[in-house]
Design a protein around this ligand. Structure first.
Ligand code: ATP
Ligand code: MEV
Ligand code: MG
Length: 397
């Protein structure tokens, strides 16, 4: 079976408020970053499936005749994408050599890739192809790298199979899919996230798919079109952590102390709603210092709640302390337990203050950069629209 070559990208994300609480049915506010994951899918003729994941040092190849035996006998095209096919997951775990325990970085990425590949192509002839992925995002640091990866996989595999169109024409350098196709990409990306996260809310893959700022509640996605331009400083504490482990840690705490944790989750929900209200006011009336004071206080309160949930880390405490010494307010973003934090910069925050803060954070051993937010969701690219150094990595054998 011959498939079309595809080049796609999807953005990472920062969660302003609602991480973890969103897994338990509360509101989250999330925004895309201008840091992206790129995926290049190429049809080949060798009868192999190859995957190159240089960010995580994973380069694998399988014979298609071997892979065919992994497909469950009663596997067909599945329309219900809220649950994984347990039989396919079990067979794949055996195939990649994990029978129990938590998957490592490489196994998670491999399993989600093979799961999506076999789900998309399993009911027909398996195509010979090579998939290469390169990301500007740090892996496993709270910026939605798993979701950007899953969204790229879903878009590229569905597009290569012909299940969705190829929106790129001869005169555009980038193109986006229509709403219905984006919904399909998002639901397949959610399957990839389920393999990596265990029990994802779906907020990260929604941002990777649609981009911009979103309000997310129990699978319902509302794009926020009128939002002020926020200046955000991103800090990576470089403390490794796993979203899957942290999500299950919070769940255990909720099960152990339901009456204590329920009000905390309700309060985070109220923080997200209050933040949304403040952001909306900032677009409909003149922005004042009071708006920023409120946004900063919401960061502080939420950071305390996240510590109560057990997803803080001494490195994140250091981030909050060092930035507060410069009058700036921070919180963790994503799953916590290390990884990244966000610091709100006020319009009047001078570049001298930003530079001094960045230096102090670097002195703590952290990576730190001012970033713009609101990057577009998943896109198809013509090669000319992708930076040469990225293309070079994607095309390396
Ligand atoms: N560029 C990439 N190439 C291959 N696999 C990746 C890539 N980026 C992420 N992954 C997969 O996603 C996993 C990290 O997912 P995880 O959910 O723990 O972190 P995150 O998505 O960066 O943070 P968060 O979920 O808190 O936003 C990695 O272990 C790997 O399996
Ligand atoms: C921790 C979490 O809320 C956000 C991870 O970016 C998990 C999820 O929503 O799936
Ligand atoms: Mg993730």
């Amino acid at each position: 079976m011959q498939v079309r070559d595809v080049l796609v990208s999807a953005p990472g994300k920062a969660i302003l408020h609602g991480e973890h609480a969103v897994v338990h049915g509360k509101v989250a506010l999330a925004v895309s970053l201008n840091l992206r994951t790129y995926l290049c899918l190429k049809a080949t003729t060798g009868g192999n499936l190859c995957v190159n994941l240089p960010n995580i040092d994973t380069f694998l190849s399988w014979d298609l005749s071997e892979l065919k035996h992994v497909i469950p006998p009663v596997s067909g095209r599945r329309d219900e994408l809220k649950l994984l096919d347990p039989d396919l997951v079990r067979r794949l775990r055996e195939f990649v050599g994990v029978t129990n325990g938590n998957l490592n970085t490489s196994q998670m990425a491999t399993l989600s890739f093979l799961y999506l590949y076999l789900s998309v192509f399993g009911s027909g002839e398996l195509p010979s192809l090579t998939v290469s992925v390169w990301s500007e995002l740090p892996t496993g640091a709270g910026l939605g790298s798993s979701a950007a990866y899953s969204v790229c996989l879903a878009a590229a595999l569905l597009c290569a199979s012909g299940a969705i169109s190829s929106p790129l024409n001869d005169w555009d350098h980038t193109a986006r899919w229509c709403q219905e196709e984006l919904e399909l990409i998002n639901s397949w990306a959610f399957q990839g996230e389920m393999i990596i996260h265990g029990n994802p809310s779906g907020v990260d893959n929604a941002v990777g798919t649609w981009g911009g700022m979103l309000r997310f509640l129990a699978g319902k996605i509302i794009p926020l079109s009128r939002v002020p331009l926020l200046r955000i400083l991103l800090t990576n504490t470089k403390v490794p952590r796993s979203t899957k482990v942290l999500v299950s840690r919070v769940k255990d705490k909720i099960n152990k102390f339901p009456s204590i944790m329920a009000p905390v989750l309700d309060s985070v929900d109220a923080i997200s709603c209050t933040c949304e209200k403040v952001l909306s006011e900032m677009t409909s009336e003149p922005i004042t210092g009071e708006h920023y004071n409120a946004l900063e206080e919401l960061f502080d309160i939420n950071q305390h709640h996240l510590n109560v949930m057990g997803v803080g880390h001494p490195a994140l405490d250091t981030l909050c302390r060092v930035t507060l010494a410069k009058g700036l307010h921070s919180k963790l973003t994503g799953a916590g337990g290390g990884g990244c934090g966000i610091t709100l910069l006020r319009p009047e925050t001078s570049s001298a203050v930003v530079q001094a803060t960045v230096q102090d954070l670097k002195d703590c051993g952290f990576d730190c950069w001012e970033t713009s937010i609101g990057g577009p969701g998943v896109q198809q690219h013509a090669p000319v629209s992708v930076k040469e150094e990225i293309l070079e990595v994607l095309n390396r054998d």
